[in-house]
Ligand binder design. Structure first.
Ligand code: G4P
Length: 303
């Protein structure tokens, strides 16, 4: 579900999370490993304050493993504890409670030294819509729980979900908004499917995706759609459209008179991209590089 965020919603969402923070020991900040910055709330540091935090890069099964390692190094350099997981299969998810206890070890040791038996660590998962909060909660809980998440401003009774014997999670995650002001963020989130086509034009999203893939993942794009040669000039919009038309022809997306149905073609490109059919792809890298259009996190590694 795509939430229409208005200033009032944001204020309410922020307040709701801050109310929940009072109940917990640690926040689990969930990001999409393919777009760790674009899937990050711009005010997350302010919202979480000094609360201990574990950053979890989710959907790592869809992300480029080399770049995920770079992101892990980046967040560690920023002073965070971080782990990459795949909540859909559960890969590495069981390490989350272990890491949470590790982050809180001083507090736990203090309690033990006073003869207090520490209670289960209490956590809250926070993240933007579609990043996988409910999937992760279900994984951690080890059974399926119905969660009605994406409704900022809706108050519900809080319940704790047991994660093994040493951790408890609030059943409703904290829902944050992404950084809308930045067009690039919008397109990257749309490429992952976190923002739906109703919000941005589907052909624009596919155009952006094809240009980015031709630049950074040409072999994957070429192989998937049996393309001929890469565009000579990525700045030339006609060349990108030519590539999209080539893809459309390969997939039989034709209108009368031999014209290519670009809308249908765009749907196919995005569906296959989001499903991981082009391989494991990451849309932003932590290392600033000289880039095509002043992108803050672009990478130029056309093989
Ligand atoms: P949310 O609560 O943060 O809003 O996200 P949710 O768990 O609903 O997950 C959003 C989509 O992402 C779901 O797909 C879910 O299966 C998928 N997902 C979550 N974690 C992972 C992961 O680690 N790897 C992969 N590959 N997918 C993951 P969906 O039900 O198909 O929803 P949609 O694609 O129709 O939006």
């Amino acid at each position: 579900m795509t939430i229409q965020w208005f200033p009032g919603h944001m204020t309410r969402a922020k307040r709701q999370i801050q109310d929940k923070l009072k109940l917990i020991d640690i926040a689990i900040e969930l990001l999409d490993a393919r777009v760790p910055l674009s899937s990050r709330n711009p005010m997350v540091d302010e919202i979480l304050g000094g609360k201990p935090r574990l950053i979890v890069l989710n959907k790592s099964d869809l992300a480029d493993p080399k770049i995920t390692e770079q992101w892990i190094a980046y967040f560690k350099y920023e002073g965070h504890e971080v782990i990459s997981v795949d909540s859909s299969t559960g890969t590495r998810v069981s390490e989350i409670p272990v890491m949470a206890r590790h982050i809180l070890r001083e507090k736990i040791e203090r309690q033990l030294s006073k003869g207090i038996n520490p209670r289960a660590v209490r956590g809250l998962i926070v993240g933007i819509p579609n990043v996988g909060k409910s999937t992760l909660i279900n994984r951690l809980a080890g059974r399926n729980i119905a969660i009605t998440g994406d409704r900022p401003g809706v108050t519900k009774g809080q319940q704790w979900i047991k994660v093994g014997t040493e951790m408890e999670l609030l059943d409703t995650p904290g829902i944050l908004w992404p950084k809308f002001e930045d067009m690039l963020v919008g397109y990257r989130l749309a490429m992952t499917g976190a923002i739906k086509e109703q919000v941005l034009n589907i052909e624009d999203i596919a155009f952006f995706a094809v240009r980015d893939l031709a630049d950074r993942y040409w072999p994957a794009l070429k192989e998937r759609f049996e393309l001929d040669k890469p565009p000579a000039d990525l700045e030339d919009a006609d060349e990108i459209v030519r590539l999209m038309e080539e893809i459309g022809r390969r997939r039989g997306c034709l209108l009368g008179g031999g014209r290519v149905d670009l809308e249908k073609t765009s749907g196919i490109i995005l569906r296959e991209l989001r499903a991981g059919k082009l391989g494991r792809i990451t849309y932003e890298t932590p290392y600033p590089a000289e880039t095509r259009s002043g992108e803050p996190n672009g990478e130029r590694s056309r093989e």
